[in-house]
Write a protein that binds this ligand. Sequence first.
Ligand SMILES: [Zn+2]
Length: 298
Amino acid sequence: MRPTEFSTRLVAPGENSSQDDCWPHSAGALCSGSMPELAEVEWYRKQWNVGLGKKIVDVRLDGRNRVFRGTDPRELHRRLVDEKFLSSEARGKRMLFKFSSHNWLGIHLGMTGKIRVESGNFHPNKHDHLVLYQSERALVFTDSRQFGRVRFHHGREGPDWWDTGVPEIISAEFDQRFVDRFLDRHRQAPIKSVVLLQNGFSGIGNWMADEILWRAKVRPSKRTGKLTRHERAAIFRATKFVVRRSLETLGRNFTDPPKNWLIHQKWRREGVCPLHRTLLRHTIIGGRTTAWCPRCQK
Ligand SMILES: [Zn+2]
C-alpha cells in the first residue's frame, strides 16, 4: 500500500468522510448508511435460515447488474432451480450458501448489501438483484450501491475463492503470533489502517477497529512499527473480545453491543469517552473517520 493512503488529518466531529462510516443503530444526523462488518454479516447470513432444507423453485435476477461481475448468471439460474438450500457460513465479511448437487453461492454485502426474506409472491424492486423463490418465501439479496457481489460455483469441492488462508478472528489460528507477524509486515502504516486490512483482521471494519484501539489504549495514528510488546498484546486481546461480544449481541439478534462501548458515542457530535467522559476526537486515517479518546489512547 502506498504511504499516502495512510495520511491523517484532523476533522471536526461530524464532518463525516464517507457514507460507509456509520453505525446502523444510533445513526442520526452524522450517518447516512452503514457498511456491514463481521457481526452484521453474521446476522444477515442467518436471515435465509428459515429456508434451509427447502427447494428453490425459481430464480429472478438481472444478469447485467454489476453485482454479478465475474459470474455466469445464466448458469446460476439454471443450476439452482429445483435444488435444496442446505447450509451457510460466514468468514469475515463474506458469506457462502450451499445448495444440493454441488452448487455454491457466495455473497459479499459490499457497502449497502442486505439479505432478507419476503413472501412467496414477492415482486423484486429495482435494487433486489437476486431473488431465490421457495414455495412459501423469497430469499432476497438487495444492494442499492452495487459494491456487493454475488458469485456462483458448481463443483464437488467448495469454490477456491472461499479459502483465502486468512484465519477467522474467533479461531485458534488467529493468535498473538499471527498478529505479530502481520503487524511486522506493515510497520510504516498507522495501526488503525492495519487493523482494517482484511488479509489480517478478517471482517473488521471501521467501527470495530475504533473499538479495538480504544479498548487497547492505543492511539489510532500510531505507527505500527512503534508499538510496544504490551500494546501488541492489548490489541490482540481487544480484537478477540470485541469480535466475540459483537457476535453475541449484533451477530445473534442485532441487539446493541454493551452500553459502555465506544460505538455508542462515536458518531455523536458531543461524543465522550465511556470511561471518564472526556470529549472524543475525530481524525481521518487512511480515508476513514476515526474516533478516539485523547486521554486513554497514547
Ligand atoms: Zn478515555
